[in-house]
Design a protein around this ligand. Sequence first.
Ligand code: XMP
Length: 326
Amino acid sequence: MDSNKRPENMERITNLELANAFIEQQIKEVRTQVGNKQVLLALSGGVDSSVVAALLIKAIGKQLVCVHVNHGLMRKGESEQVIEVFRNQLDANLIYIDATDRFLDLLAGVAEPEKKRKIIGGEFIKVFDEEASKLKGISFLAQGTIYPDILESDGVKAHHNVGGLPEDMQFELVEPVKLLYKDEVREVGRALGLPSSMVDRQPFPGPGLGVRCLGAITRDRLHALREADAILREEFDKNGLAGKVWQYFVAVPDFKSVGVRDSKRYEGWPAIIRAVNTTDAMSATIEEIPYSLLHHITARITAEVEGINRVLLDLTPKPVGTIEWE
Ligand code: XMP
């Protein structure tokens, strides 16, 4: 039987009971596969790798070694949350690497989007590889592969995902959620007790804020983007949009316009708000954010974020605009 094919009779995991049954079964299978050996996992903080981490911690505890690489392009508070949930709450064996300087130094002056993606993806593998080679006695590599990844393995995610690892790594794979759809992975994550902010997290591209800090990334503009994005997310949370809108974020282009603040000329970047709904990311429609909320978000971003002096709203559906700006 092809172990990468979901059996026809496999029931869709839609509730806690089914999720718990799945978890019990996977715990047994993982223990049988792994024995007393060690397993390595690149933990990005995204839904899939977080659920795999929580599942494996339950199955094999400290035999799992999680490596979280902060590429400096995470959203505000994300790496901190990975440390809080996995190291502090779940007592995981977690190696945290702050590689911000390595990534940002390499990206300095690079404006071309595909080149930026390549640098981020390549460096991620390098950092992870370096960490892996320091560890002794690792036999397995766990991955948060999910069923759509298998179905679309020649499609979108495969070619631009940052999580791709070098082919010469000699590990056997542990992929406990590879036959699950995204909604099932979330159900399993909830059953494992992961916080909603992790399980119900909106999709976030592997290259992170790197593709939203448009053109050549600078630290000051990246900082402004991260702060503006955090305000947008906070306001969507508070106003009941977070659970409703599929993906929402801020992009900051690399040009300035003139403005005025405290009766003085104030040049700054625009923050572009994008909020879209879709089922498969192949096409997308625009969420109609209430104007009162848009005014409030604009007031907050322009008052609180150093370097931003305008807020714009992207009204373009996909097609013709892609979801991301680069
Ligand atoms: P686009 O911009 O192509 O985005 O309409 C469709 C979905 O894919 C995400 N995306 C990426 N995800 N690495 C990823 O892992 C990437 O380089 C990347 N580019 C776009 C995007 O956020 C949206 O959900």
